[in-house]
Design a binder for this molecule. Structure first.
Ligand code: ADP
Ligand code: MG
Length: 731
């Protein structure tokens, strides 16, 4: 029988390129057509309902039950006008993906009459079966039920995939006793905390600022590969990454993919999913090839963080579904292939005021520059003080393959600011005395407004190896995993900035109370923050060994694995931070810690299982089959009287194959034993650490080494798993 691998390759060569997608016209004609925007609401709601919705979108005000009935009626009318039959509460459980439970508008009245109905209660609150979502023990301890509650700050939308259309209501997910069970609720709380703290600090510079919101522009990296090839790789199907596979003769060294045009078949897929995204109001702007073969990137125009997070999740979902339509697969895992670049998700982050100012954009006057410097230096200080919390926020089994491998930001959190701002900070350090003296008036005359705008012109001053880089008017958190929900990283970032800004305000106010001039007090606290956090600044090559050593000397943490990185979530420092900023209480933090550890364990466990399975059922049988062929050959040669030198090469290959086979068999059995020991462990943290140090580290690379050697030795026609050159270069 033909192997799946060859069938896949065959089907591929007979498939037509880029079929199936007719490009539509202008984007503006469809943009947001599946979103219940305020403009749409105006047309479908009564004045009273519209006003209420508007107020709760803008200020988070609770919606009254009676008004909710009016809103839900208008919503149903709009949805039905677009052919929608079902609705769902859409939420972001801690599994990392999104969840939905569909109900139809259809119901039967007590007298038996069938009707379509959608009342306010169904809009505001639902009770999904929470028992199948991770809760880290919260529900066991408190109450078995959880519910989803409408979050009016995110727009309601229609998911239109295939033939069905569903009205999706963005919600938060909480336990019956009020603990949050999702990524969204803490994010919203962190945004509120940041808003309050930043508005207070803004009042030094501009009393008109009444709201500060964080902004996020994500850049999503992903691979696109053929569906049939993926289906013949059980590891890709089960784990999203290849656990084996020898590097192809040609990898990414020529970098020809980066500059090349997008392959036709992928291009059709891209235009198709972009179309879906535009209808949902996702402002996609950029699409291009990435460095690795078959790797691509999508990025929208930045938006308010909570909306941007929703849009990223929706986009990931759409990519996955639309790719299937094109008989392709979008691989969003952080490291689908060894030896070539993995996927990241840069989170471009800044803060903006309701007066239209980007707080991380250098200003043109001394006053606006002092405001910029304040937020800029507070961000650096926050990252320094809480780098462990940022590190924990991006920790996952998948991301462990990137952080620390020499292609992505290292596990050491450092900040890159570029040469101009380095000089500016150095100037402040030198010219602003540590103590107040007669020079103080002079410091206000620092020519910051002259030197900073140059930075805007110098876009070449980029450092691609830094996990947290200032890029002109925003920070780019580059260490976020491609498969992650950005909300986790954004919640951590917002919270540590809020905390730092609060401290800053207190310290400046204390100096002002002592009679210092406001600007001078600000300058002095800024100087203090520069001095106390400068260790986190690093301009060099983050991938280098020297940096690992240098960082150690500076005392910067370098936690390479997820189970240990997660410890930072449950320290007294973390509990105080998240509790005082009203983002997560200690029960919620402990639950999250537990859930992330469990996720890690499961991921590594599944990978270990699939490795064992593939070895026994795919790799070893192929190797033995080929070995037997060689043995037959040697026997035959002997029989006809060929001298030993005549079959020495064959014999050598037979021996090599034997060696790899026995190594693989031995390691697989030992790995299974190690897993059994881990599985018997009760404490989740101990178990996660053991899965890392007793299962993953001693066996994964070792087994892979021998399998990949066999891939080169064994007859190509006997090899069952599609090879890297096929997955990455055929389409
Ligand atoms: P790159 O060179 O890294 O691709 P771009 O200038 O194209 O950088 O921007 C990348 C992302 O940063 C885009 O999503 C863009 O919208 C976003 N971005 C730009 N300004 C801001 C901002 N003030 N806040 C958040 N994101 C921003
Ligand atoms: Mg970028």
């Amino acid at each position: 029988m033909e192997s799946l691998r060859f069938k896949a390759i065959n089907d591929l060569t007979t498939s037509t390129n880029g079929q199936g997608f007719e490009g539509a016209g202008r984007i503006t004609a469809i943009f947001g057509e599946n979103v219940f925007t305020l403009k749409t609401a105006r047309a479908f709601l009564s004045d009273e309902a519209y006003k209420s919705l508007n107020a709760s979108v803008k200020s988070g005000k609770k919606i009254d039950r009676t008004v909710a009935n009016q809103i839900s009626a208008g919503l149903r009318q709009w949805a039905e006008s677009k052919g929608v039959t079902h609705f769902t509460h859409w939420f972001q459980p801690l599994t990392g993906t999104t969840a939905e439970k569909h109900d139809s508008f259809f119901t039967i009245k007590s007298d038996g009459t069938p009707i379509e109905q959608f009342d306010g209660d169904a809009l505001i609150q639902q009770e999904p079966d929470a028992s199948s979502f991770p809760s880290g023990g919260i529900r066991a301890t408190f109450e078995a039920r959880g519910y989803t509650a409408w979050d009016p700050s995110s727009p309601i939308f229609i998911m239109d995939i295939g033939t069905g259309k569903t009205l999706c209501i963005p919600t938060i997910f909480v336990s019956y006793t009020g603990e949050t069970l999702d990524y969204k609720a803490p994010l919203l709380k962190s945004l509120e905390g940041l808003n309050k703290a930043a508005v207070e600090v803004c009042s030094y510079f501009d009393k008109n600022v009444t709201k500060v919101y964080a902004t996020l522009g994500w850049e999503q990296e992903y691979f696109v590969v053929d569906e049939a090839l993926v289906n013949s790789r059980p590891d890709l199907v089960m784990t999203g990454r290849t656990v084996f596979g020898h590097a192809p003769a040609k990898g990414q060294q020529l970098e020809d993919h980066y500059f090349g045009s997008i392959p036709e078949r992928v291009y059709a897929f891209m235009r198709d999913y972009e179309q879906e995204a535009y209808k949902l109001g996702i402002p996609l702007r950029t699409r291009h090839n990435e460095v690795a073969p078959s790797q691509f990137e999508a990025a929208p125009i930045f938006e308010e963080v909570s909306v941007a997070v929703d849009h990223n999740l929706l986009c990931m979902d759409i990519m996955d579904r639309v790719a299937r339509r094109h008989k392709l697969r979008a691989l969003l895992h952080e490291k689908p292939f060894a030896g070539i670049n993995g996927n990241g998700k840069h989170n471009n982050w800044s803060m903006a005021t309701d007066t239209g100012v980007n707080l991380l954009a250098p200003g043109k006057t001394p006053k606006t520059n002092l405001m910029f410097l304040t937020f800029f230096v507070n961000t650096i200080k926050a990252v320094y003080d809480y780098s462990d919390i940022l590190r924990a926020s991006i920790a996952s089994a998948g991301n462990d393959h990137r952080l620390g491998a020499n292609e992505a930001p290292p596990a050491i959190i450092s900040v890159f600011i570029g040469q101009y701002l380095t000089k500016v900070l150095e100037d402040i350090k030198q010219r602003v005395g540590a103590k107040f003296d007669e020079q103080d008036e002079a410091i206000l005359k620092l020519d910051l407004h002259r030197s900073i705008p140059e930075l805007m012109l110098d876009n070449t001053d980029r450092n691609r190896t830094s996990p947290f880089a200032f890029t002109g008017n925003k920070f780019e958190f580059r260490a976020v995993g491609s498969a992650a929900n950005c909300a986790n990283a954004m919640t951590a970032l917002n919270t540590i900035i809020a905390e730092t800004l609060k401290k800053f305000k207190k310290e400046v106010d204390a100096l002002v109370d002592k009679g210092e001039k406001k600007e001078i007090a600000i300058m002095h606290v800024i100087r203090e923050y520069i001095v106390s956090s400068e260790k986190v600044l690093f301009e060099g090559d983050g991938y280098s060994d020297e940096w690992q050593k240098e960082a150690e000397k500076r005392g910067l943490p370098n936690v390479k694995t997820t189970p240990l990185a997660l410890d930072a979530l449950v320290t007294d420092k973390a509990k105080k931070l998240f509790e005082e900023n009203n983002v997560l209480n200690h029960v919620e933090l402990e639950a999250r810690h537990e859930i992330e550890l469990e996720k890690y364990i499961k991921k590594v466990q599944i990978e270990a299982r699939i490795m064992g399975e593939l070895c026994t059922s795919h790799i070893l049988p192929s190797a033995v089959k080929y070995q037997n062929k060689l043995i037959e050959n040697i026997k035959g040669l002997k029989e006809i009287g060929v001298k030993e030198s005549g079959y020495a090469s064959q014999k050598k290959i037979v021996e090599k194959i034997s060696e790899h086979i026995s190594q693989i068999s031995e390691m697989v059995s030992k790995m299974i034993e190690a897993r059994k020991i881990c599985n018997a462990m009760d404490d989740t943290r101990t178990k996660a650490i053991a899965y890392c140090s007793q299962v993953k580290e001693p066996f994964f690379d070792g087994i892979r080494y021998h399998v990949d050697k066999l891939e080169l030795l064994v007859d190509d026609s006997e090899w069952l798993l599609p090879k890297y050159r096929e997955i990455l270069f055929l389409r």
